[in-house]
Every structure is written in structure tokens, then in C-alpha cells.
Design a binder for this molecule. Structure first.
Ligand SMILES: Nc1ncnc2c1ncn2[C@@H]1O[C@H](COP(=O)(O)OP(=O)(O)O)[C@@H](O)[C@H]1O
Ligand SMILES: [Mg+2]
Length: 360
């Protein structure tokens, strides 16, 4: 069996501006029909990467292939309109002087009747079949977004590049439009590279996430793997609040107020950080100064006092000042429970949800 040719493949892309490396040796491949999210904080180089793939910016080194065909290296450069790449950027502005139908038809070639059929098919698909002769300004923001998506998909691009396409929509609309967009992209079989700085958006949309930081891709994988097997502390922290315990390794074990943790692969004397998310902390009431018994899964409980408790809707976030070292640790608990400030409680940490990283 031969491996499937990636729809989009970029290798070792690097881009410098004024001596500063903004995209640093980035490689990625996307299989046909898959959605990859390029996820990272603002300024990490996501848009620059997309702009090079689109052909509106030029890399200093590296190659771009679509369906195995070289689109761009430092010698060859296929112009943007011949790359079979669809674009949907932050400011997806429709052409104001063209009707909705003409906007969608904009990138189409060939017989008028076939164009018309494709336009009506897509507008119907996004629920705007009745708006073909309207002007863009007569549509709501969400409707304009749908037209922009139809316009980008009309010429059947091999690859869609989307740069924070939902960031201009209000929250209430956004979830629905994301799901509809994803469904349509899947139906069309388009491969997608979607840029976002929002972890929830990436988890919702992606078959694969490429986590980017300071111009580099630091981790690639399915959302489940990125979330549950992060490469470093920053990768954990990008998706949620975190708690950190510090310790020193002795015989592959670290002593903490929550008992001993395994630290395989860390040398004796190494300083490490044990990182865990607030939702993996469970809490119990204090019974005359005693907490629950230690278990293999939860380890030894440690006592703290509620310092702050905030109701967040589906859950509450509770901050504890720990007895042992006055460190603040956070736990999230189901919404109905909101303990009073000053209440002593016992915290336990799910062992199998902790990550041990070298300190630094
Ligand atoms: N044309 C340019 N000239 C100089 N610096 C640029 C240019 N384009 C982007 N940058 C810089 O490159 C970095 C990454 O930008 P960008 O790719 O837009 O990040 P992101 O999309 O992840 O927020 C930023 O520091 C930005 O200021
Ligand atoms: Mg950007």
C-alpha cells in the first residue's frame, strides 16, 4: 500500500522580516478532506505562514506542494490564482458593487449556465438561495460570512486557507456557523488549513492541531493527543489554567505535599515541575482535621483553605491557599457547589492527569 499524497505539503518554510525570523522551519502536511488548525498566540507567525501558502508573500526558504505538484520554492513561483487554493481571511469583505450571486460566481469560469448552477447549489446549501439578487449590505454579518464561504468554495479549491474567519462574529452566532462551515467543507472534500488563536475553536474544528509558538511548530497531533499529551508546560497552559508543583527527583520519584509522583526519565537531583489542570483536582470536606484516605489514583490529599470561589456557569473555579506552603492551587467543580471563603478543604490530584516536565 502506498501512502496517500498530501493535498497540501509545506516543508521547512522560513520567513524573516528585518532580520527577525517570524516563521522558522515550519513543515506541515494535510491529507485530502482533512482540517488542520494552526493554533498559537497572537504574533507567533500564523498569518505569515498562510500568506506564503496563498502566494501573497514569499518565503526565504522552503517548499510548498499541492497534490504533489511544486507550487513554490525559491525559484519556481506559481501565481496565487493558479494554486487551486481558496482563501477566507479575517476581513472577508464581499464586493459591495456585486450582487450576492455575482460575488459567489466571481472566481468561476466556463459556461454561464454551469456557473449559475454552482452558485445556486452553494447558496442553497448555506440557506441563502433566496438572496441571489440581493446586495451584500442587505445581509447580516452571519449571512455575509456564509456568502464569503460559498464564494471561496465555488471554484472547488483543492485547499482552503482560513485566517480567523469567525473572529468578527458575535459569540451566539459563532458556534452555529463554525459547525455549518465544517459540515460544508467536509461535504466538498476540501482540505483546510485554519488559523486560530482560540483553543476551543481548534478543538471543535480540527482533525489535527499544529501548535505554533515563536515561529515554530512545537507539537502536532489530534486534539485529544495535544490536550492529553502536551509537550511542555506552555502547551498545557495554552488550553486551560494550570497548577504547578515543584520538586526534585530522587530515584525517579518526586516528593510533594500530595505524596510521591513518578518521574521516569528524569535524573537524580533534577528539578521538575508537576503540572495539572484545575478540573483534575477533586475536593473533599475537612472532617476534624482529616481528609480522605490516600488512593493509588488520587495519591495523598493535602489541605488548603478556600480563598476565592467564582461561579462560572457550567462550573465553579475555586482557589485554595495550601496549608503546607501557602501556594495557591485552583480546582474546578460542578456548578452547584460554591464553597464559602475560609472553608478548610482537602485537595486530591488525579495522578494520571499530571505532567512532569524539567523545571525552567
Ligand atoms: N510585512 C511585515 N513586515 C514586518 N514584520 C511583519 C510583517 N508581517 C508580519 N510581521 C511580524 O511577524 C510576526 C508574526 O506576524 P503574524 O504572522 O501576523 O502573526 P499571527 O498571525 O500569528 O498573529 C509579528 O511580530 C509581526 O509583527
Ligand atoms: Mg494573524
Amino acid at each position: 500500500m502506498t501512502a496517500q499524497t498530501p493535498r497540501l505539503e509545506i516543508r521547512n518554510l522560513t520567513r524573516r522580516f528585518e532580520g527577525k525570523t517570524v516563521v522558522n522551519d515550519v513543515s506541515l502536511s494535510i491529507l485530502p478532506g482533512n482540517v488542520t488548525c494552526l493554533l498559537g498566540p497572537s504574533g507567533c507567525g500564523k498569518s505569515t505562514t498562510l500568506r506564503m501558502i496563498a502566494g501573497v508573500d514569499m518565503q526565504d526558504s522552503g517548499t510548498i506542494h499541492v497534490d504533489g505538484r511544486l507550487i513554490c520554492d525559491t525559484i519556481t513561483r506559481v501565481p496565487p490564482e493558479r494554486r487551486s487554493i481558496g482563501l477566507m481571511f479575517q476581513d472577508f469583505a464581499l464586493f459591495p458593487h456585486l450582487s450576492v450571486g455575482d460575488n459567489v460566481a466571481f472566481g468561476l469560469k466556463g459556461p454561464k449556465a454551469a456557473q449559475r448552477e454552482r452558485v445556486m447549489q452553494l447558496l442553497g446549501r448555506v440557506g441563502l438561495g433566496g438572496y441571489v439578487d440581493n446586495w451584500p449590505h442587505e445581509l447580516s454579518g452571519g449571512e455575509q460570512q456564509r456568502v464569503a464561504l460559498a464564494r471561496a468554495l465555488a471554484p472547488r479549491p483543492r485547499v482552503m486557507l482560513m485566517d480567523e474567519p469567525f473572529s468578527g462574529l458575535d459569540n451566539r452566532l459563532r458556534d452555529g456557523i463554525r459547525d455549518e462551515t465544517l459540515a460544508l467543507l467536509k461535504e466538498e472534500g476540501t482540505s483546510v488549513l485554519l488559523v486560530t488563536h482560540e483553543p476551543e475553536e481548534a478543538m471543535r474544528m480540527a482533525d489535527e492541531i499544529a501548535l505554533m509558538r515563536d515561529g515554530r511548530i512545537v507539537q502536532r497531533g489530534a486534539p485529544y493527543n495535544i490536550y492529553n499529551a502536551p509537550v511542555d508546560k506552555a502547551a498545557v497552559a495554552f488550553f486551560s489554567d494550570i497548577n504547578v508543583l515543584e520538586g526534585v527527583v530522587q530515584g525517579a520519584l518526586v516528593d510533594t505535599p500530595f505524596g510521591q509522583f513518578l518521574a521516569p526519565g528524569h535524573a537524580d537531583g533534577a528539578r521538575v515541575e508537576i503540572v495539572f489542570r484545575p478540573q483534575h483536582v477533586s475536593i473533599d470536606f475537612d472532617r476534624s482535621g482529616r481528609g480522605p484516605l490516600p488512593t493509588p489514583l488520587q495519591g495523598t490529599p493535602a489541605r488548603g483553605v478556600v480563598e476565592r470561589a467564582r461561579f462560572m456557569g457550567s462550573e465553579s473555579l475555586v482557589e485554595f491557599r495550601m496549608d503546607h506552603d501557602a501556594q495557591v492551587l485552583r480546582a474546578t467543580v460542578p456548578n452547584v457547589f460554591l464553597p464559602r471563603v475560609g472553608t478548610p478543604m482537602w485537595l486530591s490530584v488525579r495522578r494520571n492527569r499530571c505532567f512532569v516536565f524539567p523545571a525552567g
